[in-house]
Design a protein around this ligand. Sequence first.
Ligand code: UD1
Length: 420
Amino acid sequence: MEAFLIHGGKPLRGKVTVSGAKNSVLPLMAAALLTPEPCVLEGVPRLRDVSTMVSLLKALGAQVTWKGERITIQAAGLSSMEAPYELVKTMRASILVLGPMVGRFCKAKISLPGGCAIGVRPIDLHLKALERLGTRVTLEEGYVVATCNMLHGNTIYFDKVTVTGTENILMASSLAKGETILENCAKEPEVQELAQVLRCMGASIEGEGTDTMHIRGVKGLKGYHHRVMPDRIEAATLLIAGAITGGDVRVEGVIPHHLEAVTQKLKEAGIKLNIEDRAIEVKGSCRPKAVDITTLPYPGFPTDVQAQFMALMSIAHGTSVITEMIFENRFLHAAELQRMGAQIKVEGNKAVVEGIETLKGAPVMATDLRASASLVLAGLAAKGESRISRIYHLDRGYERLDRKLIALGAKIERIKEDWP
Ligand code: UD1
């Protein structure tokens, strides 16, 4: 396994460009299963989750080539209808093949994702919605088996806002007979991008970015050629890296509008930001002020930035309250930040962070993707050396974060580490 050795306490300076959005690439790759025509995706980041999706699509029988930043997928037909446990267990987003497979082939057998470090994360809403479209769903030996004769449009109300749930049903209903109305659907930019690409493929979709979407099913879809949008979570992480080290960092290739909830909170914390059309510059000249955050579905503050913001608040002036509304058990990073001296008390879905002047380097362990990012940020701000173990979590969703940070002046070494 690999770990990071970070010598912190150095302000980051310079320019950095964000990579393509992981949470867009994954559903867009799954959408290629909706058509026999080739689909070309540009700007694809080198991430472990993308490799897992490539393996999954290949296991189903799709032809996939990945050269540089371009992925081409063609699913003329599928040789298997089964998404195996070995792949699904490493990436929950594997569930995204369910909607397209049922939509086009009327059959899918997908391993249940199971638990993960940040909570139970069920898929009941995906399954209920597919049933509303006429799918029979059974659970057999740890697998979800979904079959239908033909999907029929229906009205679906999501009890809870679910990103991949909305995406799955958007893809399935694009090929259903008649009209589907999705209510209380996710409005994340990644969902909107998927709707736009599906429309380019010939789907009839209206209302993305609002609570209600209307989908009129069509008989078949064409291929697509699309450049994926920038990753707003990576952008937020890089901005916080600038802020937490008191540096001067220009993050390029971003869509500032996607980051409003985060930039507003950074400004409230007294961080100086210069927001342009496609770039944001952060100037962290002084210690941030404590501010409270509550995670919510988009356009609210993203749960995927909660851990990184907690790292920032751990060196703020004053006490902040961080409320996690999306996932239970998404505070595992708090205990690791405490090892670096952070003063954090977790009570249910709230973390009370009493800011201290400086963190101290310590050996810590990454527990999930965004938790790893928060520990890297804390390590960059801390005095002395931090060792962050299990950074494979980080490589799932950040493209060469260590190299990008090193280019900004960070002292980070990627080392091999033995684990029992
Ligand atoms: C997606 C993102 C993830 C992000 C999350 C919330 C991708 C690939 N992943 O995950 O990075 O953290 O959105 O913004 O885009 N829920 C149910 N039943 C379901 C589905 C969800 O109860 O069938 C609950 C979940 O447990 C959670 C909430 O709904 O409490 C939101 O989860 P959801 O939006 O579905 O997260 P993902 O789509 O898995």
